[in-house]
Every structure is written in structure tokens, then in C-alpha cells.
Design a protein around this ligand. Sequence first.
Ligand code: 3EB
Length: 319
Amino acid sequence: MLRNYITTSDPERLLSARDTLAVLRFTANPPQPESVIDTRVELLSEIDGLPNSAYEVWQIESGSVEHGNDLGCAWRRSADLQFCSVSMPLQQGDDFEATAYAVYDQLLSFINASPHPELVRFWNYIPNINVGAGDSENYKRFCAGRLRAFTKHQLDDLQFPAASAVGHYRDGITVYALTTATSAEHHANPRQVDAFKYPRQYGLSSPSFARATTLELGEQRLCFISGTASILGHSSVHQDDLRLQLYTTNDNILYLLKETSFKRSQVRTLRVYLRNKSDFEECNRIVKELFPDTEVLFTHADICRSDLLVEIECFCVAS
Ligand code: 3EB
């Protein structure tokens, strides 16, 4: 019913197919003219082994996709699922709080008015994510604006879906969302404090996301595991040790699979966000050991806590 894969095919051709739900661009190259961006997110930089530009495609198995651009949102949807995206340049004075609020307000207004209002997953891409000290760090300001928008739209902690929030190399904030016409269920990780309950030291406003979100679509069950990192309780562990950070991340993913009743063999694709390109070879080796049968996309991205080297998200299917 839903699958994703990486390709270097022509994006216009991909977008013209009736079963394409989303096309996301991964590249360090400058963005293409806005007019060709259609739920296509310009992201990260090249890593050895990946071509300059690759596209992640989300494809439905049957039925067809409609698309449009409304209320500042580019969207594509099938009978069950919808991808929508908003990109905004930073507002005056690089105000990440105001821009995050504006992006989320626009996205949530669109989603609430759409026939697919149930939140499944957000992906957040934030420039210079670790710049700024203490509460002024760009990521923490982003969290404040995001939470203010969720609150305005009357969404509270237990309604936050899975998410990832990482750096990218564009000037503005890009957020895209997956939503559904049916219902979704959000899950916690027993080894980690819920992000929306992180203590004050991580910022005035906590990050608004669940550790995983599942949904049922016909015969299929889907699981979206949030960006997962080397965090136990609320603390980052194994600073400066990529191998141990990956093992802890893997353990966290295993707990989430158990929590959501998925098996490791049902993890279809991984996306790895890696802070330092120089870690790529070691990271690739360890991830292949841990997930030998899974398709992996490696991307070069800063992680939202400056002491984290790597973050991994998963898409799982049970049928
Ligand atoms: C963490 O567990 C690591 O702010 O949306 C992971 C996934 C992280 C999503 C977000 C942040 C977010 O806190 C960071």
C-alpha cells in the first residue's frame, strides 16, 4: 500500500506518475526554481557513495494521487494518505521562533481543513540548528514556535505524532508532514523520557513529538519511528563515540519496535542523519551490521543536540 525508495530518475517524470505520493530531493546543490517544487524537499549534502542528487519517492500501490497548492502548502494525496509541505525563509532578525510558528500555523491550518486531518509524521529541516547559546539556540527557538502553533491549534502532548528535526543547508525552515484520513496511534519509548516532558535544561518549550506513530491501512500496518538517537532517560549518552551512540540508538529502535509490535525484519527503510562526513565509513559499516537487509539512506545533517553525532529514523510495514 505504501513504499518508499531512492532513485536518481527525473523528478518531473516521477511527479507525473499517478501513484507518486511524494518526491523529496536530497542534494547539496542549490534549490531548483520554486515552481518545480511540489512536495519536494531540498535537503542535505552529498556523501560518498551517493550521487549528487537523489530523490526519495513515496509511492502508493493502487489508486491515484491528486495534487495542488493551497493556503501556502504544496500537497499530494491519495484516498488514505497525504503529504504536504511548507518552506519559509527566516523572518526578520533570523527569528526562528516566529518562523517556526508561521510554518506550523500554515501547515496545521491546511491539514485541519483537508480531508486527511490525522497527524502521522513531521519532518523538520532547520538551518544552523545548533547556533546560539542556551535558550537562544536555533533549535530551542524552533521548538518554542512549533509548540505555540500546536497550542493555537488545540493539539496537546498526546496528539503529537512522530517526527525528525535536523539541520539542512538552505536558508529557511522546511517542514513536511504525512497525514491520514483514518486514525493513527502514537507511542512512547519506555527507556526515554517523553520529549514533550523533557526537563527545563533542554529549553523553555519542549520538543513536540512522539517516539513512534502507527496506523492501519487495509491489510497493512505502518510504523514511523521518529528520529532516534543516543538518549537514555533525557540525557545524551556516549558523547564523541559514534559506535556506542549507534548501539544505543539501535537499542532504542528495538524497544520501539517491541512497543509497537513490529519485528526487526519489518523495518523497510532507514534514514540516517550523520553530523560529520568523516564518520561515514564507520557509520556505514556499523549500520549495515545492525540492519543487513534494510535499505538505508545516509544524509549529512546536524543533529538537534550538539552532543549527538547521529540520528536514525525508520519506516516499517507489516502485512
Ligand atoms: C531526541 O530524541 C532527539 O524536535 O521533532 C528527534 C526526533 C529529536 C524529533 C523534534 C527531535 C525531534 O530528543 C532529537
